[in-house]
Design a protein around this ligand. Structure first.
Ligand SMILES: [Zn+2]
Ligand SMILES: [Zn+2]
Length: 177
């Protein structure tokens, strides 16, 4: 059985990141059992647990339940175009973070989300990526070593990998419990 998942410009591999999993559940939006379910954050006044990736992609879950899947504030604050902000917040699978999620931006656009950074990503970090991370979070080299020395993907602290859609620079987001 091969099912074509919808494609998400800002979250290209939601199966790899764990935001979408195989599941038997019934989607609360379309009422169908399509074999895959979204696992990330849902912001809505409705009590939503089971939303399929198709209802995220076509905007129906967002429209029906006034739901979003990422915090739009950091994108608006960064001056990203509103149609992009809406696509990321309302039609893209989000991710689970310790604190409020914060979608990173580069080259005037929202970045692609690629899940938890791997140990390899951390060890091979470029100077540009590290400098951008220190600037974003107002931290220094010592903080970088403290945070990354004991880092394990999916752990606490968490490091999230984003990639610029234009220059392909890797950007790291981070937070902790
Ligand atoms: Zn659905
Ligand atoms: Zn860029």
């Amino acid at each position: 059985m091969s099912i074509e998942l919808p494609s998400f410009r800002y979250h290209p591999n939601p199966i790899d990141t764990g935001a979408v999993v195989e599941s038997d559940g019934t989607c609360q939006c379309c009422g169908q059992d399509r074999g895959f379910m979204y696992t990330g954050s849902i912001y809505s006044t409705a009590d939503l647990d089971d939303i399929c990736p198709w209802c995220i992609a076509d905007g129906s879950a967002s429209a029906k339940f006034d739901a979003s899947f990422a915090d739009d504030y950091p994108l608006i604050a960064a001056g990203i175009q509103m149609h992009v902000v809406e696509e990321v917040a309302c039609r893209t699978p989000g991710y689970v973070s310790w604190q409020q999620d914060s979608w990173l931006v580069h080259c005037g656009d929202a970045c692609e989300y690629h899940g938890d950074a791997s140990r390899e990503d951390i060890c091979n970090v470029s100077e540009n990526t590290k400098a951008a991370w220190m600037a974003e979070y107002k931290l220094d080299d010592e903080d970088w070593h403290q945070i990354t020395d004991s880092y394990t993907p999916g752990g606490d602290p968490a490091i999230y990998k984003f990639v610029c859609r234009h220059c392909r620079q890797i950007l790291f987001g981070w937070d902790c419990s």
